[in-house]
Ligand binder design. Structure first.
Ligand SMILES: Cc1cc2nc3c(=O)[nH]c(=O)nc-3n(C[C@H](O)[C@H](O)[C@H](O)COP(=O)(O)O)c2cc1C
Length: 148
């Protein structure tokens, strides 16, 4: 399996999840901050994973720009989405970044591997809640196994 994990991160929590995904997926996996990725990087992979912190219910501007620049679906490439988010009840009303990322993929016709997942932080700057690293490892294993 060849996978590319593209993420954005302000305080490092989403980056940690991206790195965990990179470590547990079997095969050739590259983990890159959005902005270090070019459209041609999508051509020789099986799975693209995109992750973002949730900002006002959405992915960051940089991730939104990346999604807007995504080409038509590339044959043989599946996609997956995750975010980091607060667990407070009031943030639910805004929605979450991962669902927006998944929606952008669906609209463009990319085959989405589910589940779309969110990982919880304790506060705006983190850290990740206890157990989230392990949950991320299990999620990344599962979606990459479904794809191969
Ligand atoms: C400007 C701003 C807006 C945010 N809005 C939301 C939100 O709507 N929902 C939510 O769950 N978390 C929100 N958060 C908290 C982020 O989810 C949290 O900062 C992020 O998960 C940390 O990831 P990072 O360390 O990779 O930046 C917001 C944080 C910032 C800085």
């Amino acid at each position: 399996m060849k996978a590319l994990v593209v993420y954005d991160s302000v305080h490092g929590n989403t980056e940690k999840i991206a790195q965990v995904a990179g470590n547990v997926i079997n095969g050739e996996v590259s983990v890159r901050r959005v902005g270090e990725v070019s459209p041609s990087d999508l051509k020789s992979i099986d799975l693209l994973i995109v992750g973002s912190p949730t900002h006002g219910g959405k992915p960051t501007q940089a991730i939104q720009g990346f999604l807007n620049s995504m080409p038509e679906p590339v044959s043989g490439v599946a996609v997956a989405a995750f975010d980091t988010r607060l667990s407070a009840a009031w943030v639910k009303v805004f929605g979450y970044a991962a669902e927006r990322i998944a929606g952008a993929f669906r609209r463009k016709g990319w085959p989405l591997v589910e589940p779309v997942e969110g990982f919880f932080v304790k506060g705006r700057q983190g850290p990740l809640k206890d157990g989230e690293i392990q949950r991320a490892a299990a999620w990344a294993k599962a979606i990459s196994t479904d794809t191969s």
